[in-house]
Design a protein around this ligand. Sequence first.
Ligand code: ZN
Length: 145
Amino acid sequence: MKVTVTPGRRLMARLSMGDDLLLALEKLCGELDIRLGEVRAIGAVSRARFGYYHQAQQKYEFLEMGKPLEILSLVGNISLKDGRPMVHAHIVLADGKGATLGGHLAEGTVIFACEAAIQEYQSGEPLVRQLDKDTGLFLWGGGKC
Ligand code: ZN
């Protein structure tokens, strides 16, 4: 287990219409040098793409929704992968009937409007994503924690 407890900066940001949601969050973290923390957001997207991880096949299946949806909840974390901030986020969306769907946020989700809150954590030892052979996922410490 890896645990960090020292709080850092907190910020709120309005993300730009038309930008890719995941890339915009990662760009913001890169510009502000946020290497560890958590992110939350609400808003709306004009289209969405998110994944479901098939554990037995160790492979993501991506779903694409080419219509406007509400972001009911986006929760995620920020850590390092290949020396750069990486955002890992899951998203719950609602359509015009209030039906929900969601999954692992992927590139291809386009912002209509989005308000994000980021809490940075500071630590002497960053969390670095490495391939974990048991899951096939890039996890903190590569399974050595
Ligand atoms: Zn995920």
